[in-house]
Ligand binder design. Structure first.
Ligand code: PAF
Length: 285
């Protein structure tokens, strides 16, 4: 008989006691931080976590600090019961659902701010976003104190920001990146895809198709880097996207790439709005 049990915890003290119990049993712990509205992409992170640790904690917390005024904080989907069912299906061990009061008690005045990797790409149009992410992820890492924590490569810049402050602050937790999960038509899975209208959903896969084609073209014609990028950006605009950025950058530092060399670890990054929905994606070149 399956005696697996999913424990739901909202209180930090209770979570700490549960984790201490696991530690006493010499169990390793993986944390998968999420904002809920779980889809197959998140669930693949749970599978990934289970391959690397004895017990898996999934946190669900819609972090107000990473949304700017006017962004979709209020509209952000919060289907907690469905999320818990999905996690049960994946034999997750703990769901941690801290409240706003636990996360940011009255008088909370600390900010984790990372420079450099936060400046380009999404950092330009969402200037305080990565401080919000870094602050909440630091708190989640301190609360759970896992051996490893898993983040999806769809939010590639976020993954680099997290790796950077974990290294800078000597946080003894290994950060693992997990590959992007896509629909059959190539669209990267995202909780925000559910905002897309039927027509927008049909157009959305063009984002990934354009990136793939551009990556191929760049490999063929390295010297035409900037004109190839411009043509791809124009193609997206023509199809109805409002392009925020389409750029090629170094995959480790996010430094801009003007000329691309044979052995360079380059990556293409795109963010574009379709109607009111902001989509991001990235591919290796
Ligand atoms: O990627 C996300 O869902 C969020 O940015 C994270 C890492 C859970 C922090 O709120």
């Amino acid at each position: 008989m399956d005696d697996h049990r999913l424990t739901i915890v909202s209180n930090i003290q209770v979570l700490r006691e549960e984790i201490a119990d696991l530690r006493a049993q010499k169990k390793t712990v993986a944390l998968v931080p999420t904002m809920g509205a779980l889809h197959e992409g998140h669930l693949s992170l749970i599978d990934f976590a289970k391959e690397h640790a004895d017990q898996v904690v999934c946190s669900i917390y819609v972090n107000p600090k990473q949304f700017a005024p006017g962004e979709d904080l209020d509209a952000y989907p919060r289907p907690l019961i469905d999320d818990i069912r999905a996690l049960e299906g994946k034999l997750t061990d703990f769901v941690f659902t801290p409240t706003d009061d636990e996360m940011y008690p009255d008088g909370f005045s600390t900010n984790i701010s990372v420079s450099g990797v936060t400046s380009p790409l999404c950092g330009k149009s969402r200037p305080d976003h990565f401080d919000g992410v870094a602050t909440v992820v630091t708190k989640l890492l301190m609360m759970v104190q896992p051996d490893i924590a898993i983040f999806g490569e769809k939010d590639y810049q976020q993954l680099l920001v997290i790796r950077r402050f974990v290294r800078d602050l000597n946080i003894p937790i290994e950060i693992l990146g997990a590959p992007i999960v896509r629909s059959d038509d190539g669209l990267a899975l995202s909780s925000r895809n559910q905002y897309l209208s039927e027509d927008e959903r049909k157009t959305a896969p063009l984002l990934h198709q354009t990136l793939l084609q551009l990556a191929e073209d760049i490999k063929e014609e390295r010297s035409k880097l900037s004109s190839l990028i411009e043509a791809s950006s124009n193609k997206l605009t023509k199809a109805g996207f409002e392009v925020d950025y389409l750029e090629i950058r170094d995959a480790k530092s996010l430094a801009p790439i003007i000329e691309i060399y044979e052995d360079q670890t380059a990556r293409l990054f795109v963010a574009a709005k379709l109607g009111t929905t902001r989509l991001i994606d990235n591919v290796a070149v």
